[in-house]
Design a protein around this ligand. Structure first.
Ligand SMILES: NC(=O)c1ccc[n+]([C@@H]2O[C@H](COP(=O)([O-])OP(=O)(O)OC[C@H]3O[C@@H](n4cnc5c(N)ncnc54)[C@H](OP(=O)(O)O)[C@@H]3O)[C@@H](O)[C@H]2O)c1
Length: 219
């Protein structure tokens, strides 16, 4: 039984990952800004008030963990806006950088003392991060997700000596609040694809980028 911390687990993909992982017997620590009824119904451990952009909140999470060993950290929390070149919004760009890029770095750094050799860090990136597959637009989101790919790549290098592996994941275009439920993939399908990828993460695969269907993605 692995101990798995999931950020932003009150809804969407994070909630479904918590559901599927707890059903198979993993110990889940779900971190949220605000707990949802759906998360409460899962009966997993929840740490509330954890905004990944807030140093004090993340320090509170470390305190709540009280030295417990974490086997897997899933950096899932994220936000999306879709400004094009004609309607750039600097505040939105900054907000996405704070949440999508610095959030996973802040949380991973803070929880590293709780992780030992064999630990895994998964980061929910996006295919929209890919430079090779770029089709333009969505400046804030693309910038923030491409940058978090570098966060993951850097962490993979820096954590290899400690035996901790890091993976960037595209969950599919999933019907959640982030896209007004317009995606064709369900949260159930997405989590069913992501979990075996996280299970199969090794130091040899550390620093790679995958989609939920099991294909490696180009940077
Ligand atoms: N859905 C897709 O098609 C898709 C595609 C590619 C990548 N992704 C990525 O997958 C991840 C999960 O997205 P989703 O589709 O499940 O979206 P979602 O249903 O909107 O869930 C996003 C989660 O992130 C949390 N969150 C946002 N800002 C936060 C912050 N500052 N601190 C803590 N939690 C915060 C939200 O909490 P609140 O409820 O408190 O706002 C919510 O729990 C994101 O990183 C997203 O970029 C999604």
């Amino acid at each position: 039984m692995a101990c798995v911390v999931i950020t932003g687990a009150n809804k969407g993909i994070g909630l479904e990952l918590a559901r599927q992982l707890s059903q198979r017997g993993d110990e889940i620590i779900a971190t949220v800004r605000t707990k949802s009824d759906a998360l409460s119904d899962l009966g997993v451990e929840v740490v509330e008030g954890i905004d990944v952009t807030d140093d004090d909140a993340v320090a509170r999470l470390v305190g709540a963990l009280d030295g417990r060993t974490i086997d897997v950290l899933i950096n899932n929390a994220g936000i999306l806006t879709r400004e094009g070149l004609d309607d750039l919004d600097w505040d939105a760009i900054r907000a996405q950088f704070e949440t999508n890029t610095l959030g996973p770095l802040r949380v991973t750094k803070a929880l590293l003392p709780n992780m030992t050799k064999g630990g895994k860090v998964a980061i929910l990136s996006s295919r929209m991060a890919s430079l090779a597959q770029n089709v333009g637009g969505s400046y804030a989101y693309r910038i923030s997700k491409t940058a978090v790919n570098m966060v993951g790549s850097n962490l993979a290098i820096d954590l290899k000596e400690r035996g901790i592996a890091v993976m960037l994941l595209h969950p599919g275009y999933v019907a959640t609040d982030i896209n007004g439920h317009s995606g064709p993939v369900s949260t159930e399908e997405s989590a069913r694809g992501l979990i075996p990828l996280i299970d199969g993460l090794t130091l040899e695969k550390s620093g790679t980028f995958w989609n939920f269907e099991g294909d490696e993605l180009p940077w």
